[in-house]
Design a binder for this molecule. Sequence first.
Ligand SMILES: [Zn+2]
Length: 325
Amino acid sequence: MGMVTTAAVFEQLGWLLPDLATAGVVLVLAANLGSFLNVVVHRLPLGESVVYGGSHCPKCGAAIRAYDNVPVLGWLWLRGRCRDCQAPIALRYPLVEAVCGGWVGGIAAVQLLSGGRNLPGPWYGGGRSGSDVLLLHTDWQLVAVTLMLSAILLTLLVWSLLEWDGHRVSGRWVFAMLLAVGVAALIAPALQPAGVLSQYPLWPQSPRWLRPLVVSALGLLAAVVLGRFGSSVVRQGLLLLGVACGWRAVMVVAGLLPIVAAIRRGLIPQPLAEPESDGTETEAASCGAGLLVWGHPAGVDMVVAAGLHQLAWRWIDQLLACVMP
Ligand SMILES: [Zn+2]
């Protein structure tokens, strides 16, 4: 008769609790990473160390107390103002922390707890899901590929924030990332859950490094062709995605970009419109300082598009398999 007893509800909760706790830990870790990324994006263009020196108020220089330095919440209970001089703290800082925790951390949590069910290929999803794959019988391949894909999303976020502030991302940094991700996939092919074509495994007899090599090479090629239609960080981000995830990921993300950019234009008012009195604020407000064309897909749109692709990767690949090789 569908009677649900209280005991049954508590039993269900008991099963869910480890999963909820695991998801919570991932989200909090990612939000704290977002707090660190704020420091990176603020200090890197100034040539300051991102490791040494605690956070301080850019206006009065007072050190930010440890108990105020909590991601998102710290900004909320300070009501967006410095505790010492009452100078407003830009909404952007808690926003980046929330995006990092909620979006990058959320995707990582879904991927880990679903046992990699969103990923294509035969390497993950051995039927186990929930915190079981993490805590009891850790699936290290899944943990490694989640760390790798999260690192790529975080890199895209840092690059797009630098672009938003009017800075260029150095070619050397991009090249180092491409090299690191490419070499990692060659050494541990399971880090790259993409096939050359939609059929797995393509060459059962071939050396293990051949598939990642071809996937990365074709991914780079697709990124060079499709990246011509976006900002410089879109170009650089597509190269990174190509090496990490292959040519189909590049095609899907490049296809999503104009849609995401159109939605972003509808949601966020153009920053150039608001004049600021403070000299340091105008620099951040004058979006892109010539690097960004407001109407065109930008790095920030890539963070959204690449995340959407990662969340639905397996099903997107299955859909594409119906129309492409
Ligand atoms: Zn202050």
